[in-house]
Design a binder for this molecule. Structure first.
Ligand code: ADP
Ligand code: MG
Length: 633
């Protein structure tokens, strides 16, 4: 007996509606897009009860001819496509001809429209697919669509609707997307007779962001543009210090259509790599303009996804423009002092680090600094890698790139080994001691506190630098640079250390031979299940080779990490930099500090360590003046 039946039109429409109309926000999206496609310059969106009771959109666009009004509600009826070729060159937001049919199938819908050359308007009402006759009425040029009681005949669907507030959040999100991508439009959103947004026509993108998000977010954005190889990009980028816990503040628009694209998301993540702590997401507004023929928008019912003809090109252009901006901007954290008249831990709140102890340490260090700083110890240990230099001796400096120290060689030692309480606060210190240092005055005004932080006077105030974090970044970038252009220089081990390997580790070594070799590590079999470390990179001289190789193998074997080659290199460099960098608690000589600060200037992304934590916090004189109540508030 035959079991298959052909569904009637009503059922077909109902099923189709399910694809496009998921909740009130879907209706809002479709109606706003239709108004834009109709050439409207002013759109008013009114919502009641989170869109469950009413969604109404009024526009001043071109309107619909009387004879077309009933047609607009037929499935697959559109004025935006004429032939097959049009499908590959779409410049309107809609083109599938599904929205009105779907909406009218699952609600009580009324459309009233008047074209500019008509003396009257026409109106039609449709109740869950059942059309009433079209009738003339009075009305302004443009179109108003009212959608009431969404899903009222579909209890199963209505049951899925959330509270008015939740539905309103989704609606606001779609309104925001339209607002961001169509700054020329006059847009209003009213909920339960309360005006939530009134966006004026012809606003700048930054102004739109200010109105839709906040003044603070808008003010802090870095703006950049590029136009290369047929891809025009405007990006407004949040500074790393203003990052968020989720990626909701990332908007990508392609020819004014909001899209989600995995290539672009990846580029975005890459651009901020090393500038953000793990689990932090940047605020990004990205606007792309490309020829509609260079992508296919007909791959998703709500058109949120597209397929690029050349996704790699898009990826590389987006990454390039963002990185260039981020790397060329001073992203040091600006201190945010509280208004309390003490130097407070709030100063480092923007660190957004879970390590409360860091805050305490900085605060304590600051306190001590403004009191009489006590000596950090009488001996200067060498920096973390590179040699055996001791400040005060005539040996070559330990830090690979530190220039030979001036003949007296010991200002640092002199300063830090003076008896307790002999050191004056920064101004005296700067004038008495640093004047004699053979360095530029701009970079000479610094000192180390608690063997962990460098406080440096700047033109506008001062900075506190986390020596470990900064050194990590410097080593990371140096190693990354060397890996990019070849391999790290290695040094043969006098007595090669040996270690046992598991089958898994052997396999990991074999499949990552190229990386291991580039790192300047030479591993050789030393027995059936033993390997020897024959050579190790010079740059990691201070790192224990066995410990490093073991950790490296752990990373290579950890399939759970699921790292691609690029991420793996990042992880390994990250680990190497962390191990090789000078540690917190390690005293530094003046010249070592000076070199660190100098390297900071030439190192990319120096304001963040490879894990994305800040290396530097800036304080301005006005911050201090406020704290000391020297200025009005
Ligand atoms: P699509 O937008 O994909 O063409 P819709 O179902 O959303 O399909 O709309 C069907 C047609 O109705 C559109 O192609 C357009 O001609 C007309 N239309 C819909 N909304 C409006 C509007 N606000 N102003 C003018 N015409 C409209
Ligand atoms: Mg449409």
């Amino acid at each position: 007996m035959s079991k298959i039946v052909v569904l009637d039109d009503n059922m077909i429409n109902m099923i189709a509606a399910g694809e496009v109309i998921e909740r009130p926000a879907s209706v809002v999206k479709e109606l706003l897009e239709n108004a834009i496609d109709a050439g409207a310059t002013k759109i008013v969106l009114k919502v009641e009860d989170g869109g469950r009771k009413l969604i109404s959109v009024t526009d001043n666009g071109g309107g619909i001819d009387a004879e077309d009004v009933p047609k607009a509600f037929l499935p697959h009826a559109t004025s935006k496509l004429k032939c097959r070729d049009d499908l590959f060159n779409i410049s309107t937001l809609g083109f599938r001809g599904e929205a009105l049919a779907s909406i009218a199938q699952v609600s009580k819908t009324t459309l009233t429209s008047r074209t500019t050359d008509s003396i009257e308007a026409n109106t039609i009402s449709i109740d869950c697919g059942v059309k009433e006759a079209l009738r003339p009425c009075s009305g302004d040029c443009g179109t108003t669509i009212e959608v009431r009681d969404l899903f009222y005949k579909l209890p199963a669907r209505r049951k899925f609707l959330r509270t008015s507030n939740t539905e309103m959040t989704h609606i606001t999100e779609h309104f925001t997307r339209i607002g961001l991508s169509h700054c020329n439009l006059d847009l209003t959103l009213i909920h339960n007779n309360r005006q939530l947004y009134k966006l004026g026509a012809d606003q700048s993108r930054r102004k739109r962001i200010e109105e839709l998000f906040s003044t603070q977010i808008a003010a802090d954005l870095l703006e950049t543009q590029s136009s290369e190889r047929g891809v025009e990009i405007t990006a407004l980028l949040g500074k790393p210090c203003c990052s968020r816990g989720n990626n909701k503040f990332q908007y990508v628009f392609l020819n004014n259509r909001c899209i989600k694209d995995k290539f672009i998301s990846h580029a975005l993540k890459e651009a901020y790599r090393g500038l953000l702590e793990p689990n932090k997401h940047p605020i990004v507004f990205l606007f792309l303009e490309i020829d509609p023929a260079d992508y296919d928008v007909n791959v998703h019912p709500t058109k949120i996804e597209v397929r690029f003809v050349n996704a790699n090109l898009i990826h590389s252009q987006v990454l390039a423009v963002m990185r260039e901006k981020l790397l060329s901007t001073n992203l040091d954290i600006k201190a945010n002092l509280s208004s309390r008249p003490v130097v407070s831990v709030d100063a480092v709140d923007q660190l957004q680090t879970p390590e409360a102890s860091r805050k305490e340490r900085i605060t304590a260090a600051m306190g001590d600094f403004f009191k009489n700083h006590k000596s950090g110890g009488s001996t200067q240990k060498p920096l973390g890698f590179g040699g055996s230099h001791r400040v005060g001796s005539n040996a070559a400096p330990s830090y690979e790139r530190i220039p030979t120290i001036h003949s007296s060689g010991g200002h640092g030692t002199e300063i830090f080994t003076r008896p307790p309480a002999a050191m004056s606060p920064l101004p005296d210190f700067a004038s008495e001691e640093l004047e004699r240092l053979p360095v530029s005055s701009a970079s000479a005004n610094f000192l180390q506190i608690h063997n962990s932080y460098i406080v440096m006077q700047t033109e506008e105030g001062f900075e506190i630098i986390d020596q470990h974090a900064l050194h990590e970044r410097i080593i990371y970038e140096e190693m990354a640079g060397k890996l990019n252009s070849g391999k790290l220089v290695s040094q043969r081990q006098l007595i090669p250390e040996t270690f046992d390997v598991t089958a898994d580790q052997k396999q990991a070594i074999e499949s990552n031979l190229e990386l291991i070799e580039k790192l300047g590590i030479e591993l050789e079999p030393f027995g059936p299940s033993t390997m020897a470390i024959q050579a190790f990179p010079v740059m990691l001289e201070k790192v224990n080779p066995l410990e490093f190789v073991t950790n490296l193998l752990d990373k290579l074997c950890d399939k759970n990490l699921g790292l691609d080659a690029e991420l793996l290199v990042h992880e390994v460099l990250d680990m190497a930099a962390c191990k090789a960098a000078i540690k917190a608690g390690q005293p530094l000589s003046q010249s070592e500090m000076q070199q660190l600060l100098k390297d900071k200037e030439t190192t990319e992304r120096a304001s963040r360590c490879p894990h994305g934590r800040p290396t530097t916090i800036r304080f301005t004189m006005s911050d201090l003046e406020k704290q000391f109540k020297r200025t009005g508030f």
